[in-house]
Design a protein. Structure first.
Length: 154
């Protein structure tokens, strides 16, 4: 109750009126408030045009694919992804090394590798944490190998 009185008592003094409720919403006061709001909003809109342009440019520019570059591990597995949608891979399974090349596509965290030198299509889930790429490779004999590859070049 006291805070209510203090708030409206302060407003009454600000308004220079003994009856706050009847004098507050006159047409001239409403007009003054609306003009003030228009000026404030217009200033805010004009104050940050550069920020708006930067936001627009950032969202309009495509981001590079994080897969681009060469990835390798200590077992001899190497994957190279290029910006034109092609890849080269050297995969070692049970001391047998095979080379693959072809096209790749990414949809969210699904990676599809379509080989052109052998009849093979690998669909795997991929994840990058720091400089490590996690994926699972399945060869022609349907042998699956989980890989942790480290980025060695861009």
């Amino acid at each position: 109750m006291n805070s209510f009185y203090v708030l409206f008592g302060t407003l009454d003094k600000f308004n220079n009126s003994s009856n706050f409720c009847t004098n507050m919403l006159t047409k001239s006061k409403i007009r003054d408030i609306m003009l003030y709001m228009k000026r404030v909003i217009l200033k805010e809109m004009l104050a940050f045009p550069a920020l708006g342009v930067l936001c627009l440019l950032y969202t309009a520019c495509p981001q590079p694919n994080p897969l681009y570059g060469t990835w390798s591990d200590n077992r001899g597995n190497t994957f190279s992804f290029y910006d034109d949608g092609t890849f080269n891979a050297r995969v070692t399974i049970d001391e047998d090394t095979d080379s693959y090349e072809g096209n790749y596509s990414v949809l969210l965290n699904a990676l599809t590798l379509s080989c052109t030198n052998v009849e093979l299509r690998v669909v795997t889930e991929w994840d990058i944490r720091g400089n490590m790429l996690y994926l699972e490779w399945t060869n022609e004999e349907r042998v699956a190998v989980s890989m942790t590859l480290y980025k060695v070049s861009n």
